[in-house]
Design a protein around this ligand. Structure first.
Ligand SMILES: [Zn+2]
Length: 306
């Protein structure tokens, strides 16, 4: 029986399975607590072989730290470990990190050193991952430095780079008569959702869908010119490169009679309908109240996830 090892984020419904695995494999209670906290961030990666969870590793972007990898007793250790480490490093690059540290446990030391990690005092192992940065990552970094956005912005807020969507289709006009676009899959899910809402007597209207990096940079520049501080701006607008709107999967919505892009949208029948039904169409709220990102509550911002 030979199965390939596939690495993918642990889905929300699998956290129990991951916890059981960690309990058996992880050596520190601290790692378990951290992993539980990271639950649904997409930062916990699992190695799967023939549908079986054979390894686990995670990234804590704020601490610039890799947790694990932990492996099941009969896992093909070398391949699983290498694949997990590579995947965590790739994720770290998406968070704008240039350096990654790892735990210096006796069981991990040698394998991680073989993968390029070097001991940094007694505290841990580390590796520079700057060279893994993509061209897009470098462009965004340069742009954001120019705008005065702090270098630790993405890691601090658990925000990943969103590449600009390359394939976009029209979803029609928004409430301001501007043409709006999303990726083909997100667009068809959106259209179905709007139709389903209408059938229930609820009107959900588009305000803004795809936005380019340049457009987002323009928003930030205009706010800076009006005298707002970078901190104020970043509380309500994502930095260029990190807006979900670049992906073509996110959309800001409103409904007749509502104040556009105001928190009071949560009192509308449209919001109530979305909370009950959007998930059936693959859409979820990206910035709920008290979200992990420390971003203002946005009841109007919904994203389609494949
Ligand atoms: Zn939005």
């Amino acid at each position: 029986m030979k199965y390939r090892i596939l690495i993918r984020p642990i889905a929300a419904g699998e956290t129990g399975k991951a916890e059981a695995f960690i309990k058996a494999a992880a050596d520190s209670a601290q790692s378990r607590t951290t992993l539980r906290r990271m639950g649904q961030t997409g930062c916990v990666l699992g190695a799967h072989q023939g549908g079986r969870l054979v390894g686990l590793a995670a990234l804590d972007p704020r601490a610039r730290r890799m947790l694990g990898p932990w492996l099941a007793p009969r896992a093909p250790a070398k391949i699983a470990r290498q694949k997990l480490v590579t995947a965590v490093e790739r994720l770290a690059v998406e968070f704008g990190l240039g350096m990654l540290t790892a735990e210096n446990h006796a069981s991990l030391r040698q394998p991680l050193q073989e993968l390029g990690y070097v001991a940094t005092g007694s505290s841990g192992l580390s590796r520079s991952i700057v060279r893994r940065t993509t061209r897009y990552g470098r462009q965004i970094r340069a742009l954001n430095t120019e705008l005065g956005i702090p270098a630790d912005y993405a890691a601090k807020h658990w925000l990943r780079l969103h590449p600009e969507a390359t394939k976009l289709v029209s979803i029609g006009k928004d409430i301001y008569e501007r043409s709006q676009r999303m990726t083909p899959s997100a667009a068809s899910a959106w259209k179905q959702m709007v139709k389903a809402a209408l059938a229930d007597g609820v009107e959900v209207q588009p305000v803004s869908a795809f936005r380019s990096v340049e457009y987002q940079a323009g928003i930030v520049r205009r706010k800076l010119e009006r005298g707002q501080s970078v901190e104020e701006i970043l509380r309500v607008s994502a930095a260029p490169g990190y807006s979900e709107h670049h992906s073509g999967r996110a959309i800001d919505v409103t409904t007749p009679g509502a104040e556009v892009l105001e928190e009071s949208f949560e009192e509308t029948a449209a919001f109530e309908w979305l909370c009950a039904n959007a998930a059936n169409h693959g859409f979820s709220l990206s910035f709920p109240k008290r979200n992990l990102h420390g971003i203002a509550y946005e009841p109007w911002h919904w994203a389609w996830l494949p």
